[in-house]
Design a protein around this ligand. Structure first.
Ligand code: VGL
Ligand code: ZN
Length: 179
């Protein structure tokens, strides 16, 4: 079973958002076009309380129920079977979808018989990376689609460095054209 996990394609990480992964919404075309090729499509949302230590490091973003926390309108959400909410505590960064507080992602994937996880979304250097590394640690064959991720790039090479770290950890980096 092949699952597509769409990480944090939310307004605040796209053009005009407070924590923009430059051109974040540009990946929605790719995601919308490949989604039908998967047995299962799921997504995560960065879903912070109004006050959290996370906002000591980052501008206030993806506050629960705010406009900025909504999926970007260009993303086709019709096929998403489950949304995983993360970063919901007042202390935790919640970068990884495997730390979601509403549903246990690893248990959910195992229950569905998923063995291959394809990770796309925002941002390459934080939540995509953390999620992909946890996917490997949890024993899933993990793919990252490099044309369907964008980085925040606090430092200009952060996205590239993150992709290398994912590859080194055992993630398979692919272009969506081979899906
Ligand atoms: C993210 C920074 C802060 C992400 C979330 O979704 O990659 N990055 N919160
Ligand atoms: Zn966040």
């Amino acid at each position: 079973m092949k699952a597509l996990l769409i990480v944090d394609v939310q307004n605040d990480f796209c053009t005009g958002g407070v924590l923009e992964a430059k051109g974040g919404e540009e990946i929605t075309d790719v995601i919308n076009n490949i989604a039908h090729r998967f047995d299962l499509v799921i997504a995560s949302k960065d879903w912070h309380p109004d006050q959290t230590d996370h906002f000591l490091k980052w501008p206030k973003h993806c506050v629960q129920f705010s406009k900025g926390a909504e999926f970007h309108p260009s993303l086709n959400t019709n096929n998403i079977q489950q949304v995983f909410l993360k970063g919901t505590g007042i202390l935790d960064d919640g970068y990884s979808a495997f730390d979601a507080s509403n549903v246990d992602l690893a248990a959910y994937l195992r229950k569905q018989g998923v063995d291959e996880l394809y990770v796309v979304g925002l941002a390459t250097d934080y939540c995509v990376k953390s999620t992909a590394l946890d996917a490997v640690d949890n024993g899933f064959k993990t793919f990252v689609l490099t044309d369907a991720v964008k980085a925040v790039n606090v430092n200009p090479d952060d996205g590239e460095i993150a992709l290398k770290a994912m590859a080194n950890a055992g993630c398979i980096l692919l272009d969506s054209s081979v899906i």
